[in-house]
Design a protein around this ligand. Structure first.
Ligand code: S3P
Length: 466
């Protein structure tokens, strides 16, 4: 077994070059123009596969994100009995066909479930397993093996599941029948909320989650779409989600909208690169996800929503983004859950704005695929930005629109796709370019990122080192 599976083994220093790393220097390449589409929403894609795997009959999904994280979910569900097939792409993209096993009928997998880099796969699947009479071992890469799982083992333990550890690798023994609980979220986390609700699907009685701070609501929307008896109420200023267990899910036809978290990199790139005028089509704008666009507008960003519509029960629009003079602001910490994955690229926008941007209330960023406050502070400083790292946020003094100097040495991405993509955007607005130590993690959420970036900027890519 590789040493990463052994919690006692020393972890390699994060700054050491990793075997097979694919570095690249991202350089200024002219304005971003034209019309693009980003791949399907990662959160919605995971859920479409999971709920399809629990419905009896055929669920069909178009627009599914074919990134490594979502493929880890698909492989795990197959290992637990679901049939999941990709039908060859036609003009409108591939169709995924899922034949589910039914709620309560997931099978014991033959071997460990390999979660790669994906926290969403891990935490949501741990929820599903919790109320099934099966025993499952979860493993992950070096980044995922450092992330806290106690936030889900705690409530799932109250429902009756048993865990060998609170970090990966761990083995979970589910319990059926499990015990329904009412759980108040101690952290604003859609993954924890979803883990409890997913465990509640196969638990007799009513499972409730109290959400003091609202987080992305894709689980609630989609479970209702699949026919679950789920309702949401506001009680004493808190959102309360209740689910009646022993649910029967009906197969659905799902069209996954474009991921606002992936569109974010292109939106910020178009805002900061002079002369840009870009339309990003079919972007999901669920209010629990769209905080970045609100903040960028407050900073002076010219972002128009064209052709607003609904796709798969989610609000969607095409975004027209033009180069803009940005001004630093104090970002309201209450917006954090609605843009939790977008802070790395917001920091890049702040580094190029006029004046100071202050962010706070971002402790959660320290437990994402990397410690995103430390990683972005270090990376932006190397690229020539002025950054102060605080316990719960960054304070950034922008250049007022001037390019960043760029990096002499590669910046460390710490196995974090969003650090790699955010710093690629910084490279477009730099004099010397920004060298990213490893672009491979980008494939977890946005495999086409580099090709799309190269086709969207007017000059061909230059200066690649890998
Ligand atoms: C996700 C929720 C968020 C987010 C992650 C995807 C989801 O995590 O960072 O990329 O699909 O539920 P938390 O809910 O833990 O903040």
């Amino acid at each position: 077994m590789p040493s990463r599976s052994d919690p006692a083994a020393p972890k390699p220093l994060e700054t050491e070059p990793r075997e097979g790393a694919r570095p690249r220097r991202f350089v200024s390449a002219g304005p971003l123009k034209g019309r693009i589409r980003v791949p399907g929403d990662k959160s919605i894609s995971h859920r479409a596969l999971m709920f399809g795997a629990l419905a009896v009959g055929e669920t069909r999904v178009t627009g599914l994100l074919e990134g490594e994280d979502v493929m880890a979910t698909a492989a795990a569900l197959r290992a637990m009995g679901a049939t999941i097939e990709r039908e060859d792409a036609n003009a409108s993209g591939a169709t995924w066909r899922i034949h589910g096993v039914g709620v309560g009928a997931l099978l014991q997998p033959d071997g460990p479930l390999e979660m790669g880099n994906s926290g969403t796969s891990t935490r949501l699947l741990m929820g599903l397993v919790a109320s099934h009479p099966i025993t499952v071992t979860f493993t992950g890469d070096a980044s995922l093996s450092k992330r806290p799982m106690g936030r889900v083992t705690e409530p799932l333990g109250l429902m009756g599941a048993d865990f060998s550890a609170t970090m990966l690798p761990l083995t979970e023994r589910g319990l059926s029948p499990a015990v329904p609980i009412t759980y108040r979220l101690p952290v604003a986390s859609a993954q924890v909320k979803s883990a409890v609700l997913l465990a509640g699907l196969n638990t007799a009685g009513i499972t409730s989650v109290i959400e003091p701070v609202p987080t992305r609501d894709h689980t609630e929307r989609m479970l209702k779409g699949f026919g679950a008896d789920l309702w949401v109420e506001q009680e004493a200023g808190e959102r309360v989600i209740r689910l009646r267990g022993e649910a029967q899910l009906r197969p659905q036809i799902i069209n996954v909208p474009g991921d606002p978290s992936s569109a974010a990199f292109f939106a910020v790139a178009a805002l900061v690169v002079p002369g840009s005028d870009l339309v990003i089509e079919n972007v999901g704008l669920n209010p629990t996800r769209a905080g970045l666009y609100e903040v960028l507008r407050l900073m002076g960003g010219r972002i128009e929503e064209l052709n607003p519509r609904e796709v798969g029960g989610e609000p969607v629009a095409d975004l027209r983004v033009r180069h803009s003079a940005l001004t630093g602001i104090e970002v309201d910490p209450a917006l954090a859950p609605s843009m939790i994955d977008e802070f790395p690229v917001l920091f890049v926008a702040a580094a190029l704005a006029q004046g100071t941007t202050v962010t706070s209330g971002l402790d959660e960023l320290r437990v994402k695929e990397s410690d995103r406050l430390a990683a972005m502070a270090e990376a932006l400083r190397l690229a020539g930005a002025r950054v102060e790292e605080r316990e719960d946020g960054l304070v950034i003094e922008g250049t007022g629109g001037d390019s960043l100097a760029g990096t002499a040495q590669p910046i460390a991405t710490h196995l974090d796709h969003r650090i790699a993509m955010a710093m690629a955007v910084a490279g477009l607005a730099s004099r010397a370019g920004v060298e990213v130590d490893d672009t491979r993690p980008i494939a977890t959420s946005f495999p086409q990122f580099q090709a799309l970036l190269d086709s969207t900027t007017s000059s061909p890519p230059a200066g690649g080192t890998g």
